[in-house]
Design a protein around this ligand. Structure first.
Ligand code: SAH
Length: 285
């Protein structure tokens, strides 16, 4: 193994042993959102099997000589079959490699990490799971949107916009979701945005409910669209927003008017320091 320049704080970091697979989240994009366990894995892996959503910069941190294997799965593009990826991981481990399976966001959030880990364990391959920051939480935070906010919601639902076949999620109970959660965070929702909008409107969510669409969250290319439920489909098209994007539905989106910290960093003033009309700081309430 080539000596890596990636240094870690001193401590007893786990060793990635030959024949093991570490299933690891890479976060939503910004390399600074990697965990220390992920860095520790990058330093030791013989081979990294990575997804489309894992950034090149992160991969470039792997020591020279690390084998990089692309196993992307992106809607519309030719991609490896899930079973093939899982079995490829089994083969690499059985060949005695130290395997890092690197996935965008968190491996267990709409990332099929559970399936891969299950297959590995079924084949007797030892695994370690390293969580990552999921786009639906960290990506929204980069847009200045808190997924929970005391004045808005006591629960949040993470929803996938399409099912296993790539079609709109037919089994989603939009009414139950609407009743249960003041804030809905929708992954993979761009393709089926009209179905999502219609489902939520039919379930009784207000037409003027705030919606944010955050594409390429946490990356320099991040774009944020603020819109409403009834206008979102048209506005997404007009803005030319492309996946990957997170759709956030709910009044938490309004908090961006005060919490858009990237705009503040650029020297802009907050648009509205009290977007929910509370009148005073919550802590004093
Ligand atoms: N395991 C990942 C999700 C994989 S599903 C996680 O925890 O984040 C892929 C979906 O994640 C995309 O369609 C998009 O909705 C979302 N996503 C991932 N990275 C993103 C990013 N940088 N910006 C916006 N959305 C992202």
């Amino acid at each position: 193994m080539t000596e890596s320049t990636l240094s870690l704080p001193s401590g007893d970091w786990p060793t990635l042993e030959p024949g093991w697979v570490w299933l690891c989240g890479a976060g939503p994009g910004d390399p600074g959102l990697l965990t220390l366990h992920a860095i520790n894995a990058l330093r030791q892996a013989d081979v990294i099997v990575y997804d489309a959503l894992v950034g090149q910069e992160i991969l470039s941190w792997a020591p020279e000589g690390t084998e990089l294997v692309y196993a992307g799965k992106r809607g519309g593009k030719p991609s490896a079959k899930q079973a093939d990826i899982s079995l490829q991981l089994v083969d690499l481990a059985r060949a005695g490699k130290r395997v890092l399976r690197l996935k965008g966001g968190d491996p267990f959030v709409f990332g099929r990490g559970g399936e891969e880990a299950q297959t590995l364990i079924q084949h007797g391959v030892p695994v370690r799971i390293v969580p990552g920051i999921s786009a639906g939480i960290g990506g929204l935070a980069y847009a200045g949107i808190p997924v929970t906010h005391r004045d808005v919601n006591q629960s949040v639902s993470f929803v996938t916009g399409h099912d296993q076949t790539g079609g709109p999620t037919g089994s989603l109970d939009w009414e139950a979701l609407s009743r249960a959660s003041g804030v809905l965070v929708i992954y993979m929702g761009m393709k089926h945005a009209p179905t999502i909008r219609d489902g939520l409107l039919k379930a009784g969510r207000p037409a003027d409910e705030p919606v944010a669409v955050v594409s390429q969250a946490t990356l320099p290319e991040q774009r944020v669209l603020e819109t409403t439920l009834d206008a979102m489909v048209e506005d997404i098209a007009n803005a030319g927003l492309e996946p990957p994007a997170i759709i956030c539905v709910g009044r938490a989106v309004l908090m961006r008017q005060v919490l858009d910290w990237q705009a503040l960093m650029r020297g802009e003033a907050p648009r509205n320091t009290d977007p929910l009309g509370r009148g005073k700081p919550a802590e004093q309430g």
